[in-house]
Design a protein around this ligand. Sequence first.
Ligand code: ZN
Ligand code: ZN
Length: 339
Amino acid sequence: MKAATLAGIGRKIEITEKAKPVIGPDEVLIEETVTGICYRDLLTQQGFFPRAKFPITPGHEITGTVVEVGKDVTEFSIGQRVSSLIYEPCGQCEFCRSGRENLCRSKKTFGELLDGSYAQFIKANKRSLITVPDGVSQEGAAIASCVTGMLYHALVVEGNLTSGKTVLITGAGGGIGSHAVQLAKALGGHVIAETSSQWKAERISALGAEMIVSAAEDFDKSIKKAYPDGVDITLECVGKWTFSKSLRALGNGGRMVVVGNVVPDPVDLPLGLIILKGNSIVGSISSTRSDVSRVLEMEKEGKIKPVIDRKVRLENVEEAYTEIREKKNFGRILLDLTE
Ligand SMILES: [Zn+2]
Ligand SMILES: [Zn+2]
C-alpha cells in the first residue's frame, strides 16, 4: 500500500510502499480514500509531542470501509463504513467506563503512538470506531472526530451551548474555526466570529456569523456595543493574541472553552474579571464516540456539511503543510489516498 512515513522530528514526510497492517483479535482493517490534514500533524513533525514514536505514519483523521475484522470483533463487519476517534482508548479506566474516553490517561493517539491515516489502509481497535450512517460524505466522516466532534464536545458538552445563546469564535477562518461557526449556528447559537484574515470575512458570514471582528481591534468593545450583555460562550481557538479580549467579551456567567493554542504562550488572566462576572474557563480535549455519532447524524440531517478547501495527493502533503502554516486555506485541506 501507499503510505507516508515521518522518520523523526524535523524530517520531511516520505511516501513509500509499505505492507498492509496486520490486525489483532479486537481490531479491524480499514481501507481509506481520504484523510484530513491537521495542525497537530505539523506540530508532531516539529517535535511538539515528546511521547511520539518514530518512524511513524502520520495522521489521525480516519474514515473508510472495513475490509477485515479480528476474531473478537462482533460490532463491525466487512463492507461497513466507519469513522475512528483520533486515539485508541484503554476501555477500562474510570473515564472510559463513564463515556468520557477523551480523558483516558492511557489513550494512544494515531500518528503519534499508533501508525496513522496517511496510508491506504489503517488498523484500528474496535473501541475507537463509530458507524457512519448513509448519507454522510466521506469528507464529513474524515473530520468527524478531530474537527466537528471535537467542536461538538467543546460547544455543547463543555460550553453548555443551547439555542438562543451568543457564541464568540476566535480564529474563525481556520480549518477548525470555520466548522465551529457552522456548528454553533446549526445548534441555534448567535455567532460572532473573529478572524485576522479579512479576505475570509465574507465566507465566514455565509456560514452563519452575524458579526465579524478582528484581533487587530478592541473587539471586546465592539461586541459589547452590539451585544450589551456580552457573550454566553467564547470558543477560544487562537491563544495569546485573542485571549484577553475574548475573556472581556464574556457576559455574567459566561464560559470560555479553550481548544486552541496556535499561539501557545502564556496569557494574562485578570482574576478579578472572572470573579466579578462569575466566568468559567475550561479546556476541552478531542471527542468521544458519543460526540462523533452526534455530528455524523447532524450531517445526515443536512444541518452541517464539511468546509473543504481542497484535496491534495499524498505526494504533495508538504506543500499543503506550508499553506496551512501560512493560513492560505479556508476550511480543511484533505489528502486524496486513491492511486
Ligand atoms: Zn486532527
Ligand atoms: Zn481509559
